[in-house]
Design a protein around this ligand. Sequence first.
Ligand SMILES: Nc1nc2c(ncn2[C@@H]2O[C@H](COP(=O)(O)OP(=O)(O)OP(=O)(O)O)[C@@H](O)[C@H]2O)c(=O)[nH]1
Ligand SMILES: [Mg+2]
Length: 238
Amino acid sequence: MILVPTYNEVSNVELFYEAVREVCDFDLMFIDDASPDGTGDKVKEIARKDRGVRLLERSAKEGLGRAYRHAFSVLLESGGWDRVFMMDADLSHRPIHLDAMDEALDEYSMVLGSRYVQGVSVLNWSIIRLNLSYFANVYIRVVTGMPFTDCTSGFRAFRGDLLPLLVSGGIRASGYAFLVETLHTVWKSGVAVGEVPIVFVERRSGTSKVSARVFAESLLTPPRLKLTGIFRNGNKIQ
Ligand SMILES: Nc1nc2c(ncn2[C@@H]2O[C@H](COP(=O)(O)OP(=O)(O)OP(=O)(O)O)[C@@H](O)[C@H]2O)c(=O)[nH]1
Ligand SMILES: [Mg+2]
């Protein structure tokens, strides 16, 4: 199953769908937060032609993290999902990498599609945006101790047996920090996490949903994860 959160991606969903179908017949679930641009209707149109496509309709925009958490619960309840992939709808995550990530899941419980594992593989980003993303990852690594080069990548895959942990593991972040928190929770649980190199391409159409609130949450989440870890280990800070 490939999970795809969407908010105002009407110009991208069909191209995204076609690009996925060129490489695989995996099931797809779009998670749409009542996009005013009609993304949900577009997905319904696609789903009428392809039984492997479904839409999880949510009533309001609540952030990437909440959208994914909702989808994880739905998958856990319905059961039977062996492998779950996470992808953005804006064509930044190219389906050609799905195969290598799928293969890596034979070895790892979670696989990150990483932009920084072999140098830097990002196309069409300004040097400012690249630096922001790169140093955000350095910051996360230093604060949390996680050993991965791309903790903020939204292109991921994991084995279905992680779903109970992802649903009940106390993950709180609602925006993009959810990606860091999810990875931290999985890494702390002791299962194997691997990285596969991907080429990330800047969105060509539609707009970014990164807001000041989301940015602030991203700054505060790594120290929160670190502190929660210390409390859980019993070394309480006064
Ligand atoms: N359901 C849902 N999807 C969201 C929400 N915010 C973002 N998304 C989707 O999550 C994916 C990633 O969001 P983007 O806006 O592309 O974030 P980004 O890749 O960091 O920013 P850009 O580089 O500007 O594209 C896209 O498919 C969005 O449509 C949300 O609140 N709810
Ligand atoms: Mg994007």
